[in-house]
Design a protein around this ligand. Structure first.
Ligand SMILES: [Zn+2]
Length: 321
């Protein structure tokens, strides 16, 4: 039985209770259920549209983090790309030019780029931005690997060049301060002791007896002995085809087989052998052939001094031995 309601009865002139029953009660109940359903459904969609669930909130937070990471990653790739380009420029147009080596060229640097199947091509359809970025990173890694190999090669070339530069006879064997006169006597000269013209294949550097004589480059003492013509003489083998000889010494400061560095004191100026006065007779050989030592004095002469030497070299002088 439903809740009691009251209705006016004109016969009794009183309000009397009556109860919904049967069909009327069912209709009323149905209306109530329908209204409740409409209100509940409306409320559900309203809440769904205007309020996030906790999962959606967390997902949104994660998306924001991923977006920031993606932006940062792209920037890092851009910076790495710029840096690598700078290194490639230096490699091709600075280091290799200085070392007399050819640039690697685009064909070597680009070889193998783009042919990789590591990146799933389905990514291109689903996320093209990520696909292109992944390809860019793949190319960057490949170029970096090539550059690392290139720098290893430059390192090996540099080691070899450094050894060659150190071995090359590049300094004057006497200090300029102790040099009293440089006889630029390379070529056919009149020999004052023998009394006839013969090939003079070195330079005569006049200095007092006992003046220090220095190794012109890194090398090994091939000979250090007394010769009838050279007197006390040192032969230095500099490898890479170079050899130097230091004659008429008063004393040795090295022994046969000893290794020397450029600038090491190897002996002292003297007047031994076929010599007219105290001086150093200095010879340079390249691949077994005598060459004019004057061409190897660049390191310790100014441009003016060097020019003066070249001019003097064209004039005739008597040799001292
Ligand atoms: Zn000489």
């Amino acid at each position: 039985m439903g809740k009691a309601k009251y209705r006016y009865n004109p016969d009794t002139c009183r309000y009397e209770p009556f109860y919904l029953k049967g069909r009327a009660l069912r209709e009323r109940a149905m209306v109530f259920v329908m209204i409740a359903t409409v209100v509940a459904t409306g409320g559900y969609f309203y809440i769904r549209n205007y309020f996030e669930t906790i999962d959606e909130f967390l997902l949104e937070q994660e998306n924001q983090i991923r977006k920031a990471e993606w932006t940062d990653l792209r920037h890092r790739v851009y910076v790495a790309d710029q840096k690598l380009s700078e290194y490639i420029q230096k490699d091709d147009y600075n280091y290799r030019v200085i070392l007399d080596s050819h640039p690697l060229g685009a064909s070597i640097r680009e070889a193998g780029v783009g042919g990789s199947e590591k990146i799933d091509s389905k990514l291109l359809l689903e996320f093209p931005v990520i696909y292109h970025e992944a390809k860019r990173v793949e190319k960057l890694v490949h170029q970096a690997e090539i550059e690392i190999q290139s720098f290893d090669e430059i390192d090996r070339i540099l080691d070899k060049k450094t050894a060659m530069w150190s071995a090359k006879p590049a300094i004057q064997p006497l200090s300029n301060q102790q040099l009293t006169y440089l006889h630029t006597t390379y070529g056919s000269r009149f020999h004052q002791i023998l009394g006839y013209v013969r090939e003079h294949k070195g330079l005569d550097l006049t200095a007092d007896v006992g003046t220090p004589v220095y190794a012109a480059g890194d090398g090994r003492v091939e000979k250090a002995y007394y010769s009838q013509s050279y007197g006390n003489v040192i032969y230095l083998d500099h490898v890479y085809g170079y050899e130097t000889r230091y004659a008429h010494l008063s004393k040795f400061n090295v022994k046969q087989g000893q290794r020397v560095k450029r600038g090491d004191l190897i002996g002292f100026v003297g007047n031994t052998g076929l010599s007219k006065g105290p001086h150093l007779h200095y010879e340079v050989l390249f691949q077994g052939q005598h060459v004019n030592p004057i061409n190897f004095f660049q390191r310790d002469l100014s441009n003016t001094e060097y020019q003066r030497l070249i001019e003097e070299a064209s004039q005739s002088h008597e040799s001292l031995d």
